[in-house]
Design a protein. Structure first.
Length: 127
């Protein structure tokens, strides 16, 4: 359904280190900057991008917004979470683990990136 997600960041170097670590834990190659300074990661036909806001105003996280990434296993989700904390992210909500809810059983973990954006890692077991 989605082709890409783009978030704003004020400190692209700190955010790039964070996403190189977390997305690298999911199998993505390090981000590449384009001619406009945006940093792009790609994996499985999808892109994740960071940019300084084009309007010149400071970047800020979405209130209530969450960007979700998929993991192939609980171990990969844990690696993503650990890489994020080691690269300057902040663990939020409960520690990574299994949750049972209206949409079934899912392994979840949450972080805030260096710019304050809320991120989720999710692994859904095979049906």
């Amino acid at each position: 359904m989605f082709t890409h997600v783009m978030l704003g960041a004020n400190d692209l170097d700190a955010s790039r280190r964070f996403y190189d670590a977390t997305l690298g834990a999911l199998g993505a190659k390090p981000g590449r900057a384009d001619d406009k300074g945006r940093v792009v990661w790609s994996r499985n036909g999808a892109m994740f991008m960071l940019t300084r806001p084009l309007d010149g105003q400071p970047a800020c996280p979405a209130n209530g917004g969450t960007v979700g990434f998929g993991a192939d296993s609980p171990e990969q989700a844990d690696a993503w979470h650990a890489a994020g904390v080691a690269a300057g992210g902040t663990s939020v909500e409960d520690p990574p683990g299994w949750r049972d809810g209206a949409f079934g059983r899912v392994y979840l973990g949450y972080l805030r990136d260096p710019a304050g954006n809320k991120l989720c890692i999710a692994h859904r077991p095979a049906a």
